[in-house]
Design a protein around this ligand. Structure first.
Ligand SMILES: Cc1cc2nc3c(=O)[nH]c(=O)nc-3n(C[C@H](O)[C@H](O)[C@H](O)COP(=O)(O)OP(=O)(O)OC[C@H]3O[C@@H](n4cnc5c(N)ncnc54)[C@H](O)[C@@H]3O)c2cc1C
Length: 470
């Protein structure tokens, strides 16, 4: 016998804790099982730690360059341990917030590792063994960093994002980063801004291979200008110890290459935490290590659901996990979900920020959709200039027939904020003309959006006409 619930959630990340609260809001008796810390990857070793460190690193960089503004910061220095301490303070405060919300919603939290022994039973191995039952069980166990099978991967100095975010790497003069995806580029920006030599090693022909080509080209230029080396088409084949650091050998376009560094950050993808999670006799279907679910996020076993990073093919983002939490609970209750899962904004908190949503022009073309596009260069935007922002742009993709907004790619100040409004406009099938009719405040980055919209109709003021008017 064990305690009976309406819903048991395994995993307290942005998928699991949001689902637990949504369930409680619907009147369900909910148990939440977490083996680590509440808030999951996002709060403890993902979104919040990276952005806290980025905030400090960018402020340091700005202050170093502040003489241009007439501000002289003499004797400027940073203490990496203090930066990490502040990161920990922010994380702890938010974690306490999550814990308080779970308590306030009457959710029973259990510390320990959950194991699905039957379709309605979770056995908890922690300080003591506890058995819990429910007719609905939600797996929201997230993912962990992958280490590719390269000889030397286990050497000291080879770090995953979990490790580099946990404590500062000691005496780091040169950080090599394996993988130029979002995590690799964000951490390159942090350590680059702090004055560390950084080399990104990316196997694909460009960093951010999943982003719009122009975004990755621009970010490449900006990072290089700031001293980050980027080697694309580069396959690392061996890691060896070298003095106090490491020596990497691989191949790139130029042939065999050797790189000496103090530490190697490995950011080549994340693998679902499914190992030993369920009784094999349950036969939960998986694909490429992730859990297979249907449109209601139910696994191949009725009554067992999965959301977030542990789902096969899921976009591994915190807001995706939370939106899926809303969907799965609404489905359990036979209700209409609040969230529209069709449009997911993707963001990079680099300097300048990057964000995109919906279709790019190339994607629309591949789908056979005839589009109109516009591109506004932020060099004509007052707010960008007064804040000393790097080269940036706002690109829009509009359905040529219906004139509804289909997608946007942004590289500019506050792009990660602007994208929320654009996502709403796309989800509500807003017409570009209606969006262009709105007054955008001056001076603001959003004026650039207004200009990009006007440019679709040839009416942007701060864009030189394609042909000189007589
Ligand atoms: C460096 C980095 C930066 C990131 N930055 C961003 C960002 O800026 N924006 C963004 O949207 N996303 C970001 N992400 C991704 C984001 O963190 C994840 O997509 C998100 O945390 C997934 O939520 P989840 O609930 O599915 O899983 P998780 O957050 O991983 O939570 C899963 C939880 O389950 C627990 N667990 C696992 N197995 C068990 C078990 N058997 N029993 C009990 N508990 C268990 C784990 O301890 C964990 O707490 C980042 C990720 C990383 C690594």
């Amino acid at each position: 016998m064990g305690e009976q619930f309406d819903l048991i959630v395994i995993g307290g990340g942005p998928g699991g804790y949001v689902a637990a609260i949504k369930g409680a809001q619907q009147g369900l008796r909910v148990a939440l099982v977490e083996e680590g810390e509440l808030g999951g990857t996002c709060l403890n070793r993902g979104c919040i730690p990276t952005k806290t460190l980025m905030h400090a690193a960018f402020l340091y960089q700005e202050m170093k360059e502040a003489a241009e503004l007439g501000i002289y910061a003499e004797g400027l220095r940073y203490d990496l341990s203090a930066l990490y301490q502040r990161k920990e303070t922010v994380v702890q405060e938010l974690r306490e917030g999550v814990s308080g919300l779970l308590r306030a919603n009457g959710i029973q939290c259990y510390e320990g590792r959950g194991y699905l022994s039957a379709a309605d039973t979770v056995v908890l191995s922690g300080t003591e063994e506890v058995t819990l039952h429910a007719s609905r069980i939600l797996l929201a166990v997230g993912a962990k960093p992958q280490r590719p099978p390269i000889p030397g991967m286990e050497l000291p100095g080879v770090l995953t994002s979990d490790e580099i975010l946990h404590s500062p790497p000691t005496a780091c003069q040169h950080l090599a980063i394996l993988g130029g995806g979002v995590i690799g580029c964000e951490l390159a920006s942090v350590y680059g801004a702090l004055g560390c030599e950084v080399t990104i090693l990316e196997a694909a022909e460009r960093i951010l291979p999943l982003a719009d080509r122009e975004i990755s080209q621009n970010l490449t230029m900006i990072l290089k200008k700031r001293g980050v080396s980027i080697r694309t088409g580069c396959l690392v084949e061996e890691i060896k110890p070298r003095g106090d650091g490491l020596s990497l050998t691989g191949n790139d376009k130029t042939g065999v290459c050797t790189i000496a560094c103090d530490h190697l950050l490995v950011s080549v993808g994340r693998k679902a935490n499914c190992e030993g999670l369920w009784n094999p006799s349950l036969g939960i279907e998986t694909a490429s290590g992730g859990i297979v679910v249907n449109a209601q996020f139910e696994t191949s076993v009725p009554g067992v659901f999965a959301i977030g990073d542990c789902v096969a093919g899921s976009q591994q983002l915190a807001h995706v996990a939370s939106a899926q939490a809303d969907h799965v609970v609404a489905g359990m209750m036979g209700k209409k979900p609040e969230k529209n899962l069709a449009y997911v904004p993707s963001c990079l908190y680099t300097n300048p920020e990057i964000a995109w949503v919906g279709l790019s022009a190339d994607e629309a073309k591949k789908q056979g959709i005839e589009v109109k596009t516009s591109k506004y260069l932020m060099s004509g935007n007052g707010k960008s200039l007064l804040e000393g922002q790097e080269r940036g742009f706002i690109k829009l993709v509009v359905d040529a027939k219906t004139e509804t907004l289909l997608g946007a790619q942004l590289m500019c100040g506050r792009a990660t904020e602007l994208i929320a409004g654009i996502t709403s406009a796309i989800a509500c099938a807003c017409k570009a003309e209606d969006l262009a009719s709105v007054i955008y405040p001056h001076p603001s980055f959003s004026e650039g959006l207004g200009e990009a919209l006007e440019d679709l109709f040839g009416g942007a003021v701060h864009v030189a006409p394609k042909r000189k008017r007589n």
